[in-house]
Design a protein around this ligand. Sequence first.
Ligand code: NAD
Length: 369
Amino acid sequence: MGDEIGFDDLGPLKVIHVHEPSVGLKAILVVDNVATGPSIGGLRMAEDVSAAECARLARAMTMKNAAAGLPHGGGKSVMFGDPKMPRDAKEARIRAFACSLRYEHGYIFGPDLGTDEGCMAWVNDEIGRAVGLPREFGGIPLDQIGATAWGLTHAVEVALEYCDFSLDGARVVIQGFGAVGMHAARFLGERGAVLVGASDSRGAVYDEAGLGVAELIALKTAGKSVIDSPAGEKRERDAAIDMECEIWIPAARPDVIDARNVRRLNAKLVAQGANIPVTREAEDYLHKHNVLCIPDFIANAGGVICGAMEFHGATEGAAMNAVAEKITRNTREVLESARRDGKTPRAAALELATRRVRRAMDNRRWSLF
Ligand code: NAD
């Protein structure tokens, strides 16, 4: 991918490069679109980030926030550097970056790869504009309570109205048994589904009679792998793709299903917990073969909905209710429109989000700022 930023009539509104040599800070903010409200998006820290990646992620947030019906636009920030650098150095950079953006009221920081709630506490301390804060500062620990998986579970429940099986006894396979994956296994299990396969970066485990969700969660919480479980057959990591099931949940990495391996999937419903886990080509293939795919930015919006609710001072309970309500409504709207117009759920979701952004833009004096 080149490092060109694509501009179109939706954005980006602003691209800001920040440099402060005294602390080794090099970072970029892209505010894509603020028509629906100040943008919310994560701060990603990695050695190989780029302006183009930042812009792409900022647009994805515009779509996700609009689709979720939040009063927030899309933005994203990236910081160059190893996220595992000494704490003092990381803190100095993050505090400096936050200060450099203190007047950028159109951007609210959130955690992303390489940053966590502690980093958001530093940002909040400097400029008072961050979500995903520790509990002491009114934060809602979304990974601990499984906000994204809670949303995903509601998306699955709606999608079942468009499938020929019920949740009771449905076999589930989860690729990536992490914060999203393990809570999804828990919530779906509570509703009668059976986890038959799970994987993480070290390998996969399978049991057609069902795996013990609580045991696997205990292993992962203790820093171990799903393959350390005494139960189930151990398989290599990517074998999770071939495991026969009704519901397949990618909750690990981008682009794990592509044109080359999509034929291996043996599922009826793919609920996308990860961001862009299925390439467009593979999604089109699944659509043609009657495998329903709930697009990532509809199914996994629980985290950002929870963050937005936190920003507006909501309690944990109110935030979880908002996640359930918004994702249920949006999934139904998207799947209904996809069925009615014979298009893919992703095409329907993009149309829905774009329509909301354009409607908001129509009410503004300037289209972007
Ligand atoms: P996490 O780090 O807690 O868990 C990821 C899990 O995937 C880990 O168990 C890891 O071992 C495993 N994994 C890594 N590479 C793998 C591979 N190639 N095959 C199988 N397993 C692999 O991360 P998370 O917070 O659960 O996020 C998972 C995905 O969901 C990411 O794509 C993230 O961007 C997306 N997402 C997360 C949230 C959230 O609220 N946490 C919200 C929206 C989207």
